[in-house]
Design a protein around this ligand. Structure first.
Ligand code: SF4
Ligand code: SF4
Length: 402
């Protein structure tokens, strides 16, 4: 960790995937045992709009790069000074991408240096690996090594400042949730899902969880084992196909081309897609933002194929990953807050897990239709995760990404 010499923070120990810094506990478990290599000709992450900090703005000014910056964000808001890089044509690749290579490699902002790692702050700092990156699991270098380099670029002062802000927000959230008698500790939330995981890898697992969350159960101090028994006692929701089709159709009904989800397959073709009329339409995306219709798939043809046993294991593994991600916990906190504490936090957490897994299942089947696959096997389930994880990590969180 070269930059430790700056003295901003000091690595004190590494144990079981936890790095303890001078004042923060940092969870790196998600990056362990994964290899990583950035792939030539991919540039999938250069389809996102990188935001820049004040410090980076000064650097861009110094190097005469401000023509590539904008005040207007693709997410629809405007700032009083440039805080993001322009996308070519408003919805294409990053302004600085040419022939799928970064032309400002030495000056690229933190978002680009970090990718496919994200640093998230909630109850602690946690490193996540963006599984939409096809370079994860390839190459000789480890993702953890990349994560450590990312950490070394963040000053202790900045980390402490962000953690102090998040901690204040969390205290307020906990106070509100306790006042409304809907609070559950993170340990109980995670322990319950861990107990449930073997059942999620079985046929009907997601349907039972969804039916349970929809029944708005009274949870309060009920032991985790009893909650799991209640879930297992539910009949699987019988309209999963409708719920998945309707939910995803609405979610993908986007006007702004800059907001369309991207899918970059093994041929590295850039595709974006959205729902139109009664179809999901895939477009080939050119760097300058031009869209060429590529494939239309009727919504009714995207059937939830039954995952084979290996695919079920992949989905259950993803459920375990969500349950370990603080960002997903922060998503549940945010939804609980947005719903004005009307539902028990356990119900919110389990309901979000169910709908997220259902979306992943549906997305895998959509990609299956695109690729002409007739079975939902391990390979397609993993491809579904590649198509989905970017959007999943983009869900709102009460925490903060650095
Ligand atoms: S998505 Fe991954 S492999 Fe592709 S350019 Fe980005 S970091 Fe490299
Ligand atoms: S600055 Fe470079 S690395 Fe970052 S998105 Fe743009 S082209 Fe890609």
């Amino acid at each position: 960790m070269d930059n430790c010499a700056t003295g901003y923070w000091i690595l004190l120990l590494e144990e079981e995937g936890y790095l303890r810094m001078a004042s923060q506990m940092i969870d790196t478990v998600e990056l362990k045992n994964k290899s990583y290599q950035c792939l030539d000709n991919c540039a999938m992450c250069c389809l996102c709009q990188p935001e820049i900090s004040g410090e980076e703005l000064a650097r861009f000014k110094k190097h005469g790069l401000t023509a590539g910056l904008t005040r207007e964000h693709t997410q629809g808001y405007t700032t009083d000074k440039p805080t993001a890089i322009k996308l070519q044509g408003g919805n294409g690749a990053c302004h600085f991408l040419k022939d799928r290579r970064c032309t400002i490699h030495e000056q690229r902002p933190a978002f680009c240096r970090q990718f496919p790692v994200h640093v998230h702050a909630l109850h602690r700092i946690q490193l996540n690996g963006n599984l939409s990156c096809r370079g994860i699991t390839l190459g000789d270098s480890t993702l953890l090594k990349h994560g450590e380099e990312v950490l070394s670029s963040i000053s202790q002062e900045h980390m402490d400042q962000v953690m102090a802000e998040v901690s204040q927000r969390l205290s307020q959230f906990q106070e509100n949730a306790e006042n409304y008698e809907v609070y559950q500790s993170l340990e109980r939330l995670r322990e319950t899902v861990t107990a449930l995981l073997p059942n999620l890898a079985e046929e009907g697992g997601i349907g039972r969880l969804l039916a349970f969350a929809d029944s708005e159960p009274v949870i309060q101090d009920m032991p985790s084992a009893e909650i799991v028994d209640m879930i297992l006692g539910c009949d699987p929701a019988d309209d999963l196909q409708n719920v998945a089709s309707k939910g995803n159709y609405e979610h993908l009904n986007l006007d702004n081309p800059a907001g369309l989800p991207a899918y970059v397959g093994s041929d590295f073709q850039w595709l974006v897609y959205r729902s139109e009329d009664s179809q999901i339409v895939f477009y080939k995306l050119e760097p300058d933002g031009a869209l060429e219709k590529f494939k239309e798939i009727d919504l009714q043809d995207i059937e939830l194929m039954q995952p084979d046993p290996q695919a079920l294991i992949v989905f259950a593994g993803y459920a375990a990953l969500l349950n370990s991600r603080d960002q997903f916990l922060g998503y549940a906190y945010q939804v609980c807050h947005d719903q004005e504490y009307a539902y028990d936090l356990m119900t919110v957490y389990l309901g979000l897990l169910a709908t997220t897994l259902l979306d992943l299942w549906w997305r895998s089947c959509l990609i299956g239709r695109l690729l002409g696959k007739k079975e939902l096997d391990k390979e397609l389930a993993e491809e579904g995760i590649r198509a989905f994880d970017m959007d999943c990590l983009d869900m709102p969180t009460m925490g903060v990404f650095f």
